[in-house]
Design a protein around this ligand. Structure first.
Ligand SMILES: C[S@@+](CC[C@H](N)C(=O)[O-])C[C@H]1O[C@@H](n2cnc3c(N)ncnc32)[C@H](O)[C@@H]1O
Ligand code: SF4
Length: 339
């Protein structure tokens, strides 16, 4: 499903295979500790997190039907993380961390300091990966993204046509988005920059599955580095709240059943609780991005740092539950990475 350009170029640009760029002896040692804990299912993890999403804001300009932020299903307060607080977190974790996604449930390009934040983390030898709806990415912001040294940009489109885009990304402007992507690719070429590696993404839903071929063609005409299809997640909104509206968005076609295994990573040994976490804009630490309502609050990073939380009783309890059975924590039951 990847655009086959120069293979080595691809390996170098991709932040995952390009990990060696960010290796240091300390990071490698930490990674080893981390992997040992995961392998043996230890609840106490000596290694610090190796990846992290830091939600710089949970505000958004769109109302996507599949998203708890866009649909306001989440009970969480809206807000922004300050640049100073972002740097405090990065200062603590950057000696160990390979990747930061400065987003969770919100549109990161709406944060006025996002470019400074990207630059700061990149300068600390951490790969930054941004996911955006791309609507706010005008020429000025596109240039700032390139100049900040961003390594990967995922542009969430979820459609190959205007009609479907309006259904899946209400509030957005399809034509403007295409223009923004072309502008970004032009700026990157003009600056002769290898980064960001640009991916357009489509979550497969009932109304866009017929547009897969067209999406592939669109990626070619836009000149992006890669297109990606991802699976749709059911929303977990708390132990007692079951799926609310999400069933109708899920692809029903027979075709999807055949496509799904190639799109979805089958990972019944979740590593998130051992390898990374999410930090919300107000500092709340949660185990993964499926916890829309922060039902598994593990602590607040601004009260003593991540090290204090990483092996606290609650975190160890969660690891213990997962180790006992992948679907033990109610949060994990809607995870798309489990069949
Ligand atoms: C919540 S968004 C935040 C970043 C940015 N606003 C965006 O749209 O890319 C992060 C990613 O989650 C995806 N997403 C949101 N709700 C989803 C769902 N129910 N199932 C699968 N992916 C979802 C979005 O498409 C996007 O790729
Ligand atoms: S743009 Fe991103 S954060 Fe905003 S509603 Fe859509 S998926 Fe959610």
């Amino acid at each position: 499903m990847r655009k086959k350009t120069n293979y080595f170029d691809y390996l170098f640009r991709d932040p995952l295979t390009g990990f060696p760029r960010h290796h240091t002896p300390r990071k490698i040692f930490n990674l080893l500790l981390n992997q040992i804990a995961k392998l043996f299912g230890l609840t106490y993890v000596l290694g610090m997190p190796i990846h992290m999403n830091i939600e710089v804001n949970n505000t958004c300009d769109l109302r996507c039907p599949m998203c708890s932020s866009g649909q306001k299903y989440s009970r969480r307060k809206r807000g922004l993380m300050s640049y100073e607080n972002f740097t405090k977190i990065v200062d603590e974790v950057s000696p160990y961390l390979y990747k930061i996604g400065p987003f969770n449930l919100g549109e990161p390009l709406l944060h006025k300091d996002i470019f400074k934040m990207i630059r700061y983390a990149q300068a600390k030898n951490v790969a930054v990966i941004v996911s955006t709806n791309g609507n706010a990415m005008d020429a000025v912001k596109a240039e700032q993204l390139v100049d900040a040294g961003l390594e990967e940009l995922i542009i969430s489109m979820d459609a190959a046509t205007e009609h479907t885009y309006q259904q899946n990304r209400p509030g957005g402007n399809f034509e403007q988005l295409l223009k923004n992507i072309r502008t970004l690719m032009g700026i990157r070429a003009k600056k002769k920059s290898r980064f960001p590696f640009v991916i357009i993404n489509m979550i497969l839903m009932d109304n866009n599955i017929v547009e897969m071929d067209e999406f592939v063609k669109l990626a070619k005409t836009l000149g992006v580095d890669k297109y990606n299809f991802s699976t749709y997640w059911e929303m977990y909104l708390g132990d007692s709240v079951k799926e609310k509206h999400t069933g109708k968005l899920k692809p029903k076609s027979e075709e999807y059943k055949n496509i799904m295994p190639s799109v979805m990573r089958v990972d019944n040994r979740c590593s998130w609780a051992w390898s990374g976490c999410i930090i919300s804009w107000d500092g709340t630490v949660i185990p993964c991005c499926f916890d829309y309502n922060e039902t598994y609050r593990l602590g607040n990073v601004f009260e003593g740092g991540i090290r204090k939380i990483w092996n606290n009783e609650r975190y160890r309890g969660l690891r213990h539950l997962i180790r006992q059975g992948r679907l033990n924590p109610p949060l994990c039951r809607n995870c798309p990475r489990v069949f």
